[in-house]
Design a protein. Structure first.
Length: 234
């Protein structure tokens, strides 16, 4: 079974990076050598050796050592907007070649590569390129991060429906509490659990922004369905 996974989201700002980072950290503590990858990132800032993206920096920080920033984030766009728009602004066209090349480096250095998507599933990367093309090219299973908030049910079900219709293995979904004031979180998760075409791996409680992110014990149990030999601490 392919151990590598793609972390999709129902939208932007639903916690993909924090959960991807937490999963990579957990795997590295659990007997696997794990790396987080952000193939395409939009929104950069100056770094010591050139422009960087904060999501990619977070993934690099928790990954097994030995990789360079460009291995984690081969396609970096300056403008903090949809990647197809950011690419047009920069006068470039995204292609799969640098992504597959970087993934080969990451997968050679790790047992598990956790590949984080950008935005939602249907956000275009260019005129002829979508997130689905990356998942297909790299032969990845998909975990869907569902932001639990008002309006999140439809986003989650539509995203799951399209992922399955596109022919991919949706191996599970994570309920991520992103609005601590939403009083119907439990009810929303129960509704999704009835209608989702994949198992609920676990619920990730709300975490303040200054929390670097740890895996909830229940979610760790669910993740062991995908990585059954993970035996480390949370």
């Amino acid at each position: 079974m392919n151990r590598h996974v793609f972390i999709a989201g129902t939208d932007t700002e639903v916690g993909k990076t924090r959960l991807s980072s937490a999963i990579v950290t957990w795997l590295n503590r659990s007997g696997y050598r794990a790396v987080g990858m952000k193939p395409v990132a939009a929104g950069s800032r100056p770094g010591a050796d050139g422009p960087v993206n904060d999501d990619a920096i977070a993934l690099l920080a928790c990954s097994a050592p030995g990789l360079h920033y460009a291995d984690i984030n081969p396609c970096l766009l300056e403008a903090p907007t949809s990647p197809d728009i950011a690419a047009r602004i920069s006068g470039v066209e995204l292609t799969l070649e640098p992504i597959t090349r970087a993934f080969a480096v990451c997968s050679a250095a790790a047992d598990v590569v956790v590949v984080e998507g950008i935005g939602g599933w249907r956000v275009p990367l260019g005129p002829q390129l979508q997130s689905a093309d990356i998942v297909r090219e790299l032969d990845l299973r998909v975990i869907l991060v569902c932001g639990i908030r008002l309006g999140g049910i439809s986003h989650a079900l539509l995203s799951a429906e399209v992922i399955v219709a596109d022919g991919f293995e949706l191996c599970g979904w994570i309920a991520n509490i992103i609005d601590p004031d939403y009083v119907y979180a439990d009810e929303s998760i129960a509704t999704l659990d009835v209608h989702m075409p994949a198992p609920l791996l676990g619920v990730q409680p709300w975490q303040p922004q200054n929390d670097t992110g740890t895996i909830d014990p229940q979610l760790a149990t669910g993740l062991r369905r995908l990585w059954p030999q993970a035996q480390g601490t949370i």
